[in-house]
Design a protein around this ligand. Sequence first.
Ligand code: AMP
Ligand code: ZN
Length: 114
Amino acid sequence: MADCLFCRIIAREIPATIVYEDERVIAFNDINPQASTHVLVVPKQHIETLNDLSPAHDAIVGEVVRRAAAIAKERGVSAGGFRTVFNTNRDAGQTVFHIHLHLIGGRSLAWPPG
Ligand code: AMP
Ligand code: ZN
């Protein structure tokens, strides 16, 4: 997707601080971090929102979630806790329409979210 910000990061057309990459998944630091750890875990496949998932995506979604947990462990926030969020569409404030799992940790997080 030529006009998708995260596809452009995957294609190295836009710089990002990449913290993990394999054939199917990339993870990079959020440009506007909300905590000391704020990583976006992104499937390389362009999927606009969670509303577009089918059973064929189960494996990649599982990989994204497990990768977030692995990065949390590397960062030392597993035991203390962390939050993982997929924002979907307007009411959740989704701004980039290529699904991404926010991994946020390193401080105490309020609940319920705003
Ligand atoms: P969302 O609002 O859930 O769609 O999240 C999009 C996230 O992408 C926001 O937290 C932004 O700060 C982040 N973001 C936007 N542009 C970039 C970029 N060039 N590199 C890294 N993160 C970005
Ligand atoms: Zn994309």
